[in-house]
Design a protein. Structure first.
Length: 304
C-alpha cells in the first residue's frame, strides 16, 4: 500500500481529502444553515451506544427535517440531565414527566414538544385471591413501587392511594423495587400485597409469568402527561422555531423514526404536542407533594 501511494501520490491526496470532507460534512451543513449543532440527551439512558441505538433514527430524521445537527451526549447517572443543562453541557433533553418537572423547577428549561402516549396511566395490582380486594384493603400492607421518581411506578401510584383515602406515607408500607418483573414475581409468591406500574408495562410483563390471569387491578390513575423534549434556556429562539416547525409539519415522519426501534414500542400511537403548556404538568407537581417531595410541587418562577 505504501508503494502504491509513493508511485501515485495523487491517490493519497484524494483519499485524505475525501475523508476530511466526510468528517466535516455534517458540521458544514449546520454552518451553512447558520446554526450550530445541538447536543441531545435522553435522561434515563446511560452510555453513548444505547442512546444511539434507541434514538439514532429519530435524531437523524430530526437533523434532516430541522436543518440542525443533533449530537448525542451520554448521561452518566439519573441526575446528570439536570447538571448537564445547568452547566450547558447539553442543549436538549428528552425526559419523563416527573423528571421534566424536577429539571424545569431548577433550570428554567423550555418545553419544546410533548410526546403524548395512548393508554399511559398507572395501575395498582393485587391478586384475585389475595388479601387485598380493594385499595382500602392495602392499609397496613406492603406495596412495592418502582424506582424513586418514576412517574408511573412511584409518584402516580402514591397519588392513587391518597385519592382513595390512604396516606401513602403512613397507612401502607412502601418498598421500592427497580425491576418491575421482580415486583410481579414477588406478588405472585405472596411476598407483597400489591405492586404498581404503567398499564402497558403490566400488559407486557404479565404475559411472561405463569397464570397471567391471576392479577386484579385495584386502582388506576388518570391519563398521565407525556414525556417532554426540553431545551436549556440558553438555546436560541431561532433554534426553537426550527424545532417547533419540524414537530408540527413532520409529525408522521418523526413518530415513525421513533417507533421503528423495538425499544420504543411504548410510543406506538403517539402524537406530538408542540410547545406544550406547562400547566399540564401540575398533576405531577401534586404527586411530588403527596409523595413527600414538596420542593417540586410548584411551578418555577419566571426567569429574570
Amino acid at each position: 500500500m505504501t508503494q502504491l501511494f509513493n508511485r501515485f501520490p495523487g491517490i493519497l491526496f484524494f483519499c485524505l481529502s475525501f475523508l476530511l470532507a466526510a468528517a466535516t460534512s455534517a458540521s458544514a451543513a449546520s454552518l451553512a444553515s447558520g446554526t450550530q449543532p445541538l447536543r441531545f440527551a435522553v435522561s434515563d439512558i446511560l452510555g453513548l451506544e444505547q442512546v444511539r441505538n434507541e434514538w439514532g433514527a429519530f435524531a437523524d430524521k430530526l437533523t434532516v427535517i430541522s436543518g440542525i445537527e443533533m449530537q448525542f451526549v451520554p448521561m452518566r447517572g439519573r441526575d446528570d440531565a439536570f447538571l448537564a443543562l445547568s452547566q450547558k453541557r447539553v442543549d436538549l433533553v428528552l425526559a419523563g414527566p416527573a423528571e421534566y418537572v424536577a429539571i424545569r423547577n431548577k433550570t428554567q428549561a423550555i418545553p419544546v414538544a410533548g410526546f403524548s402516549r395512548p393508554d399511559y396511566y398507572s395501575i395498582i395490582v393485587g391478586l384475585k385471591k389475595g388479601p387485598a380486594q380493594t385499595l382500602a384493603d392495602l392499609a397496613g400492607k406492603t406495596v412495592a413501587l418502582g424506582s424513586v421518581g418514576s412517574t408511573s411506578a412511584h409518584l402516580a401510584p402514591m397519588q392513587v392511594l391518597a385519592d382513595n383515602g390512604l396516606d401513602p406515607l403512613r397507612d401502607v408500607r412502601i418498598i421500592h423495587v427497580d425491576k418491575l418483573e421482580a415486583s410481579l414475581a414477588s406478588l405472585s409468591l405472596g411476598k407483597i400485597t400489591a405492586t404498581a406500574m404503567s398499564w402497558k408495562d403490566f400488559q407486557r410483563l404479565s404475559k411472561t409469568l405463569p397464570s397471567p390471569d391471576q392479577y386484579r387491578i385495584l386502582g388506576k390513575s388518570p391519563i398521565l402527561p407525556g414525556d417532554v423534549l426540553m431545551a436549556g434556556p440558553h438555546v436560541s429562539g431561532q433554534n426553537l422555531l426550527q424545532l417547533h416547525k419540524a414537530f408540527r409539519d413532520h409529525e408522521a415522519e418523526l413518530v415513525q423514526a421513533i417507533i421503528s426501534v423495538e425499544a420504543n414500542a411504548k410510543y406506538k400511537g403517539m402524537h406530538f404536542l408542540v410547545a406544550p403548556d406547562d400547566t399540564q404538568y401540575d398533576s405531577i407537581r401534586r404527586m411530588y407533594s403527596t409523595a413527600g417531595f414538596p420542593g417540586f410541587d410548584s411551578r418555577p418562577k419566571p426567569a429574570k
